[in-house]
Ligand binder design. Sequence first.
Ligand code: TYD
Length: 133
Amino acid sequence: MFDLLKFDVIKVNNYSGKLVALESCRNVPFDIKRVYYIWGNNLHDIRGHHAHKKLEQVLVCVSGACDFILDNGKEKARVHLDNPAVGLYIKHNIWREFTNFSHDCVVMVLASEHYDEKDYIRDYNEFLKVCDQ
Ligand code: TYD
């Protein structure tokens, strides 16, 4: 239903900070066409509530932590992300919700397509029908 990508962390001599580089078709498994990020959510907000027909995404919690609830129409999984060196890879036809946001949570999303509202499935019953096909 999903993969966790563990990115190499580059540690530069004499600096305490770290660096992760993300590259299309190398450590990100598709050609990146769009990057967006979400932040400023309240702890109990629930975002998402949709699936995508074609879009693939890698989600990275670059600051703080949050939970992703994923659903393939048959089973659900809950994934807690709190590490900027880990990416959650979600392919198409997965219903997703995000919640349990820490106050400092910033989620960066790498997407395989430009924004297209027609690629969204926002009705859960319609999603279940697509899963059954
Ligand atoms: P949506 O993907 O539903 O947000 P989330 O799943 O994070 O709750 O998008 C929210 C709104 O933002 C929606 O009106 C579409 C708009 N939007 C864009 O215009 N471009 C984008 O790249 C994205 C992701 C959303």
